[in-house]
Write a protein that binds this ligand. Structure first.
Ligand SMILES: [Zn+2]
Ligand SMILES: [Zn+2]
Length: 365
């Protein structure tokens, strides 16, 4: 038996029953997407899951909102309905599956979406279990996503949070951070510290690309069309920032970068990214265009430029991203939100470009 509070996607949900932390024993509250572009619901009385043999039960303390959540909500991910969104959760382990090794009750952890992977296929063995054919994505499938009070974590996707990292700073690193770091790791196969990286789009992921790039010793030029995002880029350590709309300011020297990381999904961002990359350099794609865009393949061929893609990262890369954040003092720019009832409004703010950095929802410990 469950009760719900419902919010349209235009307003945050209102109190219509028990508050999230007033759930009955053995039950909890969870945000649910019940239809694409429809109401975002806070459902109460949801059963707290059992970790069984091979999962961790995690009481979530912080969970952040990602552009991929919006992509799921509008139906671009093909998530089976209904589902509980949220794939950047941090929390404390409260129960450990009987066959799980390496984690204990009380561990502070964060986890990536891939769950239920086989552990035995070439992708799993190589650390790329996010491509396992048996994968289920937490936050895009089923009733236990990051915007709930408890969640089941797959140990294969779970990392312990370094002591120096706050929950609200660790949460965005579980997707945005590891994605940013994964892109830079690809760039670092071709160039060393001290060389230039261009970053186009300084939003939730882009500002972390700037921070990690600086921590890894690169020079950074950051590009955006919004002045507040350019200020964010500067605050995150970008050596120079440029407004993409100011064509006169973007000169030849900007186009000397061996790698350009495109975090925006706009056609213009990819066009600019190709132009800003030097001969034999590479454009690294993170930004997801809302619909297919065109690509100047001849322009790429004539200067032997490459377009490569990156998609989150391995568990090892997540561990590295968390360690670097801890040692280099990387603290994502976050705006703290109270809890599940505020999540619906966050979707609207993120889809209308109002979010600078990351919204992080904090739950009681
Ligand atoms: Zn597998
Ligand atoms: Zn994400």
């Amino acid at each position: 038996m469950t009760s719900t509070t419902t919010a349209s996607n235009e307003i945050s949900s209102t109190d219509g029953g028990s508050k999230p932390n007033e759930s009955q024993p053995g039950s909890m509250s969870a945000v649910m997407v019940t239809e694409f572009n429809g109401p975002i619901v806070v459902e109460h009385g949801v059963s707290i899951p059992d970790p069984g043999t091979n999962k961790l039960l995690v009481k979530i303390t912080a969970s952040s909102l990602c552009m991929s959540d919006v992509a799921g909500y509008v139906g671009h991910v093909g998530a089976p309905l209904p589902y509980c969104p949220g794939h950047e959760p941090v929390g404390v382990v409260t129960a450990v599956g009987t066959s799980v090794r390496g984690f204990r009750v009380g561990d502070r952890v964060g986890f990536m979406p891939a769950s239920g992977t086989c552990g035995d296929c070439p992708e799993c063995i190589s650390g790329n279990h996010r491509y396992c054919s048996e994968k289920v994505s937490i936050g895009f499938n089923g009733p236990y996503g990051g915007f709930s009070e408890y969640c089941l974590a797959d140990p294969a996707s779970t990392a312990k949070i370094p002591e120096g990292l706050k929950d609200e700073h660790a949460a965005p690193l579980l997707c945005a951070g590891v994605t940013a770091y994964g892109a830079l790791k690809k760039a670092s196969h071709y160039q060393t510290g001290g060389t230039l990286i261009n970053v186009i789009g300084v939003g939730g992921v882009g500002h972390l690309v700037v921070m990690y790039a600086k921590a890894m010793g690169f020079r950074v030029h950051a590009f955006d069309i919004a002045e507040d995002k350019l200020r964010l880029g500067k605050d995150c350590g970008a050596d120079e920032v440029y407004n993409c709309l100011d064509a006169a300011a973007i000169t030849e020297k900007c186009a000397q970068s061996p790698s350009t990381i495109v975090v925006s999904g706009a056609q213009a961002a990819y066009d600019l990214g190709i132009n800003l990359t030097r001969r034999r350099g590479r454009v690294i794609a993170i930004g997801v265009p809302p619909k297919p865009i065109s690509l100047d393949v001849l322009g790429l061929i004539l200067k032997e430029k490459s377009l490569i893609t990156t998609n989150q990262g391995t568990k090892q890369e997540l561990i590295e991203a968390l360690e670097i954040a801890d040692t280099a003092g990387i603290a994502p720019i976050v705006e703290l939100k109270k809890g599940l009832e505020e999540v619906a409004q966050g979707y609207q703010d993120l889809s209308t470009g109002k979010v600078v950095g990351r919204y992080v929802y904090r739950f009681a410990k």
